[in-house]
Design a protein around this ligand. Structure first.
Ligand SMILES: [Zn+2]
Length: 365
């Protein structure tokens, strides 16, 4: 499969702390202790441990140390995991910060042994410009320039995590004057919560620029790490933005299956010909219901606009686990649909599209 959604992994191996695979981000010792105590009580932790034990040929208790030994040849270990789960290409979001470059994507591709298509996340630039005191027009110009430069720098698409900032209730009528005022009015807030009207205007504009560049645009929807306010991540909040000229012109991907709003995502994908559904991340954490969640999207959305991924990050085992689970989920859905009468030739086409072809054509593999 081509993984439609991944992030960089560590530069080296070592013993694996499974409880570190978590959406909770706090880095203090007390939070880490809570994670280590509660981790083994989570189903996703249990299933990953059991499957890794089988892969490494050890008991579940021995996984941390066995992984440490197996990963002494780190690149070999990573490539082995990727080969085992059948990932043959990946869309990479390298960017939590402005230091991310496409050169890192090239070394990542080298490590994992498959082609990688990096995408440019917009918020690191917007956040830094707001923090530096830039005005609204300056921020817009900065975003436009970065997007225009992106194809030449080796990027194959864009991404916004505005859901983590001021939320998905984007006001399509935000003006430059409102954007400027929003910076002044929110100056006392943390940078991530500043400038809602500016961020709304920047996103609407960015969709237009992405459309002109013919590059796909990911919008974070649904759950994520612990910094998100989940109520602000419902994809239906995007409806007004998606009705604007820019929102209709861009190739939009709503990611993470919009967990837990799968039917909402399915409907938007059905009703709007430029909207795509990207299924990832819930296959790392909501592991008993992967097939059900996939089916809630796939039964309604055109399967020609559904992409499957992992949201692997940090530890290569997350890619491995997520890829196996989403393929197993699809097999379950496929079997159900076969019983209902879908032809196997049609199911073969759907499988190829959601696991490979749709991502391949959008990101030009
Ligand atoms: Zn992600």
């Amino acid at each position: 499969m081509i993984d439609s959604h991944g992030h960089p992994i560590a530069d080296s191996g070592g013993a694996l702390d499974l409880s570190a695979i978590n959406v909770e981000l706090a880095t203090d010792d007390a939070s880490r202790a809570v994670r280590q105590q509660s981790g083994p009580s989570r189903l996703s932790h249990e299933l990953l441990g059991v499957r890794l034990a089988a892969y490494l040929g050890c008991s579940v208790e021995e996984v941390p140390e066995a992984r440490g030994r197996a990963s002494s040849d780190w690149s070999g270990y990573v490539r082995g995991l990727f080969a085992d789960c059948g990932i043959t290409g990946m869309v990479l979001d390298p960017g939590w910060n402005l230091d991310a470059t496409t050169a890192q994507a090239a070394s990542f591709a080298q490590m994992v042994g498959c082609p990688v298509r990096p995408i440019l996340r917009l918020e690191p630039l917007i956040d830094r410009m707001i923090a530096d005191g830039a005005g609204a027009a300056e921020v817009l110009a900065g975003v436009e320039q970065a997007m225009q430069d992106a194809p030449g720098s080796g990027y194959f698409g864009f991404k916004t995590i505005i859901a983590y900032r001021t939320g998905l209730a984007v006001d399509p009528g935000a003006t430059l004057a409102r954007a400027e005022a929003s910076l002044r009015e929110s100056a006392a807030l943390p940078v991530r919560r500043r400038g809602k009207a500016l961020r709304d205007l920047a996103l609407r504009s960015a969709l237009g620029w992405a459309a002109e560049l013919h590059l796909p645009f990911q919008i974070h929807t649904g759950f994520g790490d612990s910094e998100i306010r989940l109520a602000e991540a419902n994809p239906l909040l995007l409806e007004e933005l998606l009705r604007t000229a820019e929102g209709m012109a861009a190739t939009v991907l709503l990611i993470h299956g919009s967990y837990p709003w799968h039917e909402e995502l399915a409907y938007l994908t059905l009703a709007k010909p430029n909207v795509h559904a990207e299924l990832s991340m819930f296959n790392l954490y909501s592991v008993a219901t992967v097939a059900d969640r996939m089916e809630r999207v796939l039964e309604l959305a055109p399967t020609s606009r559904v992409l499957c991924g992992t949201d692997g990050h940090g530890h290569p085992e997350t890619f491995w686990f997520g890829a196996h689970l989403i393929r197993e989920g699809w097999r379950t859905v496929r079997d159900r649909w076969a019983v209902q009468g879908a032809r196997s030739s049609w199911l073969d086409e759907v499988e190829l599209a959601i696991m490979d072809g749709n991502t391949r054509s959008l990101y030009r593999f």
